[in-house]
Ligand binder design. Structure first.
Ligand code: GLP
Length: 234
């Protein structure tokens, strides 16, 4: 794992932006795996302000809440439109469909999309419990796209984006861990003391399904950008 320590999230976003600039200006990426959450917002702002062109790039997002339409301001589709796609159009932007009644069919179709568009660079945040995408602790390392019952810890963490905790969806559809691991390169961003335990377990702990991100130790091209607070337990 290539670990880049930065003083704060602003510097982290700058470093991450350089990675995108390099890979895109050398024509090395056709498919970007993208993530939601507060962590990548500063990076997305930089991408939007840049002169990088995404019109020939396909994006594939990690996950979506079940039961929310893409027009719902809490949906991840809406988030991506607001923070990136409306300002920087991609050739095509895939986000799992949270409204499909047949979740298994939606999951299978998403896997086919990933097979047809192998991910060159997958961006990840990390949950406080070490989840990536919405792959909660205990998820099989062999998993592909699937429906997830969110843990209370994740519901609590995401409640800050909703008016009431009772509005937070309890299920999601997420790319699986095997899907994430199939990306050629992976970039994980983590900022703040809340992420320190998860980062320590990811980097130094055993590779275990109890800490989904620990599987990244087995990937040959992972970069982790962390600020001092997230690195404090390494
Ligand atoms: C959600 C998302 C993850 C994200 C995590 C952390 O659970 N599904 O992809 O990494 O939140 O979010 P934040 O970046 O806001 O800490």
């Amino acid at each position: 794992m290539n670990i880049i320590k930065v003083k704060d999230s602003a510097e982290g976003a700058q470093q991450a932006f350089q990675i995108y600039k390099d890979i895109l200006s050398h024509g090395q990426a056709k498919v970007l795996g993208l993530a939601t959450g507060s962590t990548p917002i500063a990076l997305y702002n930089q991408l939007v302000e840049s002169d990088l062109d995404f019109s020939n790039i396909v994006s594939v997002n990690l996950d979506e809440y079940l039961g929310l339409s893409g027009n719902d301001s809490q949906s991840y589709r809406y988030f991506m439109n607001q923070h990136l796609f409306n300002k920087k159009p991609f050739k095509h932007s895939y986000v799992p469909d949270g409204l499909r009644a047949d979740h298994n069919a939606a999951a299978k179709e998403y896997d086919d999309i990933i097979t047809d568009h192998p991910i060159d660079l997958q961006l990840l945040g990390i949950g406080r419990n070490g989840h990536i995408g919405f792959n909660e602790p205990g998820t099989s390392f062999e998993s592909t796209t699937h429906v997830v019952n969110l843990t209370q810890s994740t519901i609590d963490a995401n409640a800050r984006f909703f008016d009431n905790e009772s509005d937070v969806p309890t299920q999601a559809i997420s790319m699986g861990i095997a899907s994430v691991m199939s990306a050629k390169k992976i970039l994980l961003l983590a900022f703040g003391a809340d992420k320190a335990d998860a980062i320590a377990a990811t980097v130094n702990g055993p590779v275990t399904e109890d800490v989904p991100a620990s599987i990244l130790q087995n990937h040959e091209d992972v970069t982790i950008i962390i600020d001092d607070a997230a690195a404090s337990k390494l």
